[in-house]
Design a protein around this ligand. Sequence first.
Ligand SMILES: *Cc1c(COP(=O)(O)O)cnc(C)c1O
Length: 403
Amino acid sequence: MNTTRAFAESLDTEDPLAPLRDEFVIDEDIVYVDGNSLGRLPKRTTSRLAEVIEHEWGRLLVSGWDEWMLLASRIGNLIGEGLLGAAEVILSDSTSVNIYKLASAALDARPDRNVIVTEARNFPTDLYILQGLAEQRGLELRLVDTALDMRVTPENLAPLLDDRVALVSLSHVSYLTSGLADMHAITALIHSHGALSLWDLCHSAGSIPVDLQSCNADLAVGCTYKYLNAGPGAPAFLYVRSDLQETLRQPIWGWFGQRDQFDMGPHYDPEPGISKFLVGTPPVISLAAVQTGAEVLIEAGIDRLKTKSDALTSYAIELFDEWLAPHGASLGTPRDAAHRGSHLAIRHPDAFEICREMIAGKVIPDFRQPDVVRIATPPVYTRFVDVWIALDTLRAVLEKRRP
Ligand SMILES: *Cc1c(COP(=O)(O)O)cnc(C)c1O
């Protein structure tokens, strides 16, 4: 393969999505490959937030609520329709809290079953919340134990399923390995055992197409500050399939889930639809940033973004094979582009030190236990030359360590 920087630059010249980089605030002194931890700031968010703060909050004051009350579902629908293949999505709370809400609701809907299934390497907060629910309710938590370069598949999940399973909660794209689960096949398998599915979309929303409706997914959650570029602490989203909305009960009974909220009635009587999963007053300023972040991606088109994402990660794997494998690094991500999201897990026993040295060299990846350097390539603003610089820097670090 051609490993020159000039070749990477020529890929950028040919890239039809290259102009999108201009939509973002970018410090050209560093190469940022950590957008799956915190996405970049879209330029239009800066001006939109100034308007929300100065005009809406500053002048409209409490009358702003005429519009603000609708934001959680209006922007939720925008993300749902544009990126997740299902309109009925709402924004609320954090991903952690939404996992608690939806997992609790699912367990209540299967009172005669006593098992939760998840992946041993699921994101920590997902594991902790499911552990907490299992302990509170005296349930069994079963863990799919996949190898580090693998993903959850119908084959490795099936042995854990039986008619005692109430809920299967999985990440669509693994935060660690980038392995992409087959949502369609796995949801069908879960349903064949009478259980409910809860999908965590934190690493898929905004980076790859998701089709909740055609997969017949029951429940989903995800955050907006990674590939959706909505900023630190921006509210998370949740999805409940429409036929489940009426029967599922959420465990946190707040006034934003109440039917006729401003009747201020003394007893909880939830909305029949998805808004029953709201709890309290929404973070209006952060919500505005979710809208502008999502707009940039929707305008680009999620299918085009996935094509570019695959090209970036495939290019990174070619450089990995050429430059890094000979220095003792191994790939912790599926090689088939159809089986991965938008980042690579590069494994090395000295991963932590390697990350520190890369950061000193002005390339920002992140370290994940036990031995992973994560290189994220969010397709909306990442250039091929960024991939080239990141892997070239990693190569130099490895060469220096093991001459
Ligand atoms: C980032 C991430 C979270 C984060 O949850 P918060 O409540 O926003 O802190 C949860 N689950 C997965 C899979 C993630 O990647």
